[in-house]
Unconditional design. Structure first.
Length: 123
């Protein structure tokens, strides 16, 4: 008997739950290690953090590979939420700024200006 949609959905739900649990474990692991290793200061704006606002301090992977978590923390830096968002936005902008693929402007509004001025003078 082939599996039903309900069986498939149950299997998918289990996979998603497992992936989320693995992600949470991985997040807690390297975040806790990074917070123990580094001072609670944003590596970009130098904002200092305390226990009250520590949730605003994030771990940034320098090579953008979240699975690269060396024991010495060499791939991490602590960044505040704003600097972390800015860092990822810079990466997105850099990736999408391929100037070779950009369309160039083909219309020149002043192309016939000299001719038009000469015509006006002659009339």
């Amino acid at each position: 008997m082939p599996p039903t949609n309900k069986d498939n959905q149950t299997h998918v739900d289990k996979l998603v739950a497992s992936a989320r649990a693995d992600y949470d474990t991985r997040q807690k692991g390297y975040r806790q290690r990074a917070l123990k290793m580094f001072p609670w200061i944003c590596g970009r704006c130098m904002r200092e953090f305390t226990r009250e606002n520590l949730s605003e301090l994030t771990v940034h992977h320098r090579d953008h590979n979240h699975d690269n978590n060396p024991q010495d923390g060499s791939n991490w830096e602590l960044l505040c939420l704003y600097c972390h968002d800015n860092e990822h936005q810079r990466l997105v902008e850099h990736a999408t700024s391929n100037t070779k693929d950009r369309a160039t402007t083909t219309h020149n509004p002043f192309a016939d200006l000299k001719d038009q001025l000469n015509q006006k003078k002659n009339n």
